[in-house]
Design a protein around this ligand. Sequence first.
Ligand code: TXA
Ligand code: MG
Length: 342
Amino acid sequence: METKTFRTTEAEIRQAAALLQAGDTVAFPTETVYGLGANALDPQAVDKIFQAKGRPSDNPLIVHIAHRESVDKLVRGPLPDAAVACMDRFWPGPLTLVLPCSDRIPSNVTAGLDTVGIRMPDHETALALIDAAGVPLAAPSANRSGRPSPTTAAHVLEDLSGKIAGVVDGGAAGVGVESTVLDLSGEVPLILRPGGVTQEMIKEVLPRVEFDPALLTGSGKPKSPGVKYTHYAPRGEMYVVEGPNSERVIRQLVDNARKEGRKTGVLTTSERVYAYDADAVVPVGTRENLPSVAAGLYDAIRRFDHLGAEVIFAESFPETGVGVAIMNRLRKAAGQRVIRAD
Ligand code: TXA
Ligand code: MG
């Protein structure tokens, strides 16, 4: 299949929407990462998403909408007050709400769960495409399963060219890490995946919000099926180096790896770009501004592949605000391989 690239003009968005209406898959930009969309009410179209990504069928998809009213047909029963409060505060925006699902939603969207994740992206092109398609769009991140999420149309094509009908090229996604997944189907609001909307922000409307315990301990069964898979990984072997002496320890690790003849990479920020003598030193944003690190994180991880790094050492970041999501993704990209540098 030839994957067609669309620009963000009204006419080309309409063409992309026609593909979606015909039951095909089209990738599109959101404020977090690029999504791979299909008509959420058409199980065959949804199946094409799983095929193209190579995604395990037990991992549910987020349904994207352009208008608040669209929620009513997707959820079962009346909306909880907590959901209304979150929509008022954070939509459109990087917050996915998990709610009891209506029986209109095909079971491959929810992976057979009795809940559905819904969000309204804060991105003009995404909203225009959903509107033009006239249906809610099921859309996971538009990467091959296990790879870093795409933040540009080029990333999407790197993974999925020839496997999807089209991609709408809207430039780089802004936030850079995926939406926060917030489960409102139980008694206590639970963050199943940290993301662009932080726990501190949610606390302002839902004071009782907690993290899914399995996220914090790394043990037990996470409530969000996707969280258990290896994810975001570069091709090289990645390690996250945590602790006050990370700079010195990374320099040592690089030296040792080079002596073994391995091609080395270091993930750092603009502040320390000259501190390392590795084969590939990739800076991402600045320490003074964690959102800038989030925005460039996946592009940086993909860059190590292009540079052929075989072993990669990543600096770590304070776990406040969006730093929680950054460290969650880094540790996953590293397959939880963490080196302490105290
Ligand atoms: O920012 C985002 O959320 C992006 C853009 C495209 O919207 N999408 C995204 O989708 O990251 P995906 O499929 O890569 O990640 C969805 C996550 C997975 O961890 C999945 O398990 C979880 O959300 N999820 C979806 N529906 C769920 C449900 N009903 N219950 C629990 N977790 C759910
Ligand atoms: Mg994903």
